[in-house]
Design a protein around this ligand. Structure first.
Ligand code: NI
Length: 129
């Protein structure tokens, strides 16, 4: 590896609080492997969908119920937090095929009243060392 790259890796490793550069490198490899799990679409992945929405818009609850019926088994649970008088945060945990989870996230994020939404792509961990 080029000396400049090693120096950059060491800076990154220290900034993130890793014990050493190989621990930082191992996490980068795991990150790439998880991305690949999502890209190849083979096997089961896990994801969380976080949305912030205006609770005056009732549409979201209907969409959430529809999705739970349509993607039976994929949506494991959801947690609701009242952020203030109007704004709510919902975290939805889902498990299934990558394509399925992306569709669930897209549908939720595109729902009227949703101000921000994000899909965090992670893994069941079974195929990671
Ligand atoms: Ni609320």
């Amino acid at each position: 590896m080029a000396a400049e790259l090693v120096a950059a890796l060491d800076r990154h490793s220290r900034a993130r609080g890793y014990r050493n550069r190989s621990a930082a490198l191992a996490d980068m490899v795991r990150e790439a492997l998880v991305q690949r799990e999502w890209e190849t679409g083979r096997g089961e992945v896990v994801g969380t969908i976080t949305i912030v929405y205006d609770h005056e818009t009732r549409e979201l609850l209907d969409v959430l119920t529809d999705l739970q019926h349509h993607f039976l088994g994929a949506i494991i649970c959801s947690t609701h937090v009242h952020l203030d008088e109007r704004n709510c945060l919902e975290v939805i945990v889902a498990r299934g095929r990558a394509e399925e989870l992306k569709r669930i996230a897209d549908r939720l994020i595109a729902t009227r009243g949703v101000k921000h939404g994000q899909l965090a792509c992670t893994t069941t961990g079974r195929r990671l060392a």
